[in-house]
Design a protein around this ligand. Structure first.
Ligand code: ATP
Ligand code: LTN
Length: 344
């Protein structure tokens, strides 16, 4: 056997199946980049990655159809601009693979009400939506479990807020395997140590979120330099005035975390660099670093968006491959459950 063939086989043997997804519920923000996109792009080199746009998750809260369409395309352009390579990675659109909702229904019939009632994200969103909370929002983690289990996923890179949902996917896989026979791989969440939960700029006790009521909460990946400057300069900190990475001071720690990740320095290094300087200097440097980081990314996103037909072609090609793969798993699932009448 040739050495390069042998190397390739060895590498394939150690490759894990990695999968992650983002909702097109608005323009992606720096928390999405840090918590989900960067770890996914990193895993692409040595693993088999699946990455998709979960449009059916996005409609669990009201979306304007024309805006949703634009957000699906912008999310895809953002993935590509951040380095997702559709030649290596299966990149697709969730709603184009009906096996996701089909498996979600079957998993619905194994999940318990109590399991979903315990979900923190559901409780938080219900508090905001009150009477207008949809059944889809309640069922959201089951669709996410279906997303993960359809593809024999071993690793799911997500932000901290999604850990509980991946744990539910694990529980459902274990239960299904026990009741119907070995069918699903039991997945594991992969959560980065620093940056797993980027906090809101206007309120560092809550996570940065696309659907926050004020745009001052998040730093969008598409914000222009002036908006970046304004949002960072007015980000909530404290009165201590010392730049530090310290859990008891969430505002400044959050900014140090963002700085540390985009400039690839440790938080300790940043603390040392700002000894004797105030928040003003630090925030100015952070705004500049973010601008330097985001401008080239924005240029790439813009170029992709100017070629909408290409984007749609890439997504459709990925969705076709995903349907073939998902259908193979569903054939097994339907047999295990007993709804498939063919005996072969
Ligand atoms: P929404 O506000 O519409 O619920 P979101 O901003 O919370 O959206 P999602 O689409 O739910 O973002 O999340 C996509 C990915 O980004 C998930 O892996 C999630 O854990 C991660 N993520 C979201 N917000 C943050 C954050 N503030 N810090 C780190 N990771 C995050
Ligand atoms: N619920 C996730 C998005 C999501 C997801 C997934 C993430 C849907 N399906 C599968 C990882 C794997 C969120 O971030 N809100």
């Amino acid at each position: 056997m040739r050495l390069d063939t042998w190397r390739l086989e060895l590498k394939t043997a150690f490759m894990s199946k990695v999968l992650t997804a983002i909702q097109p519920s608005g323009i992606l923000h720096i928390g999405n980049y840090i918590g989900a996109i960067e770890p996914a792009v990193e895993s692409q080199r040595d693993n088999e990655l699946r990455m998709f746009v979960v449009d059916y998750h996005a409609i669990t809260v009201p979306q304007k159809p024309e805006e949703l369409r634009k957000n699906i395309l912008t999310a895809t352009a953002t993935y590509l601009a951040c380095g997702i390579d559709p030649k290596k990675t299966l990149l697709f659109q969730q709603s184009q693979v009906p096996q996701h909702t089909e498996l979600a229904w079957i998993l619905n019939c194994t999940a318990r009400m109590g399991e979903l009632e315990r979900m923190t994200q559901f409780k938080d969103k219900t508090r905001v939506r009150g009477e207008t909370t949809t059944v889809g929002l309640f069922d959201y983690p089951i669709l996410m479990a279906a997303d993960i289990l359809l593809y024999d996923t071993a690793i799911v890179p997500v932000g901290e807020d999604q850990k509980q949902h991946v744990e539910l996917a694990r529980d459902l896989a274990i239960r299904f395997n026990r009741d119907f026979g070995e069918t699903f791989v039991v997945p594991q969440p992969k959560i980065r140590e620093v940056g797993a939960r980027i906090m809101g700029l206007d309120d560092p006790t809550k996570k940065m979120s696309k659907s926050a009521s004020s745009p001052k909460n998040y730093l969008s990946l598409l914000d222009d330099p002036e908006t970046i400057r304004k949002k960072i300069m007015s980000a909530v900190t404290d009165n201590e005035g010392k730049v530090a990475f310290d859990e008891t001071r969430p505002g400044i720690s959050n900014l140090v975390t963002i700085f540390s990740i985009i400039t690839k320095q440790t938080p300790e290094q940043i603390e040392l660099d700002y000894i004797g300087k105030g928040y003003g200097d630090f925030k100015k440097d952070l705004a500049e670093a973010l601008t330097l980081f985001l401008l080239p990314l924005q240029a790439k996103i813009k170029t992709y968006l100017e070629h909408e037909d290409e984007l749609i072609k890439i997504l459709n090609a990925g969705s076709t491959r995903a349907r073939e793969e998902a259908e193979k798993k569903m054939e097994v699932v339907r047999k295990r459950v007993g709804v498939c009448l063919n005996q072969d």
